[in-house]
Design a protein. Sequence first.
Length: 224
Amino acid sequence: MKNRFPTKTWPPKRMTFYQWIGDARDARRSGTLGIPLVGDLPPTPTGRQSEIGRAADNAVAKIRQGTQMATRRLEADHARLLEQIRQKDDKIVGLSGEEADILAREPVRLAVEAGLDGSVIASRRSTDNRKAAAPLRAKIDHLIAERDDLATVAAYVNHDIEMAWRAARARARAIGETARRREARYFRLLCRRHPDGVRLAALFDHPRVDLPAWVDGHHDERDL
């Protein structure tokens, strides 16, 4: 039996068989009836054309909703980690200030050091200051290590979120591209049957399928 759908004209993988057939039937029927009117600028979309756009919009909206639900806990974890990092930074800044005050203490000559040179006194007091500040330095180093660990975990969580939205944008763009091809094919078939198809085709200057900003943006949905 001869193949009724040659390979070059078989619908895209994401377009169903019923959509393929239904679009062609509606295009032939609408075109024969002279729908849409050529006098309209731009031409009023047919019901099928609007349906194609709505189907794409709904599919993209479901992808967004699903990704929001999938990343909700990750977003909360990321926010919690960022807050913990901020708190660690505040403590580090406070302790670093105390350490700087101790290290900046002026050298004081003790009574037993009356005959020593000033440089020796300064060296001794500097050593004393470093010893006094050592516990603070240990706390600071510990806080820095904890902060860096938290930052590493936060980076992994943020990466998972970004990858989720990157995958969502890829799926949404695939849906939009398929919808645009479907709409273009539908309009081409419509113009073939339309009594003023040549003029109608010239008026079709852009597809009606328009993806939301988060799909084509350079950042994920959190930045919008």
